[in-house]
Design a binder for this molecule. Sequence first.
Ligand code: ZN
Length: 61
Amino acid sequence: MLTECRECHHLVSNQAPACPQCGIKAPGLSRRQRIISWVVFLTLLPIGLIGMFVLFLLFVG
Ligand SMILES: [Zn+2]
């Protein structure tokens, strides 16, 4: 899906890793979406690690 680059307003894919016009990373994501994705990532990462640790204890111990 095409969306506006948050920096230069050039039309880019929201899947594009970088804007072809200005080169900014993740041009399709607004600042708010980037913060939300970081919060989700930082929330899920420790949960995943704890889950793996618990499974490890269950299988080993
Ligand atoms: Zn741009």
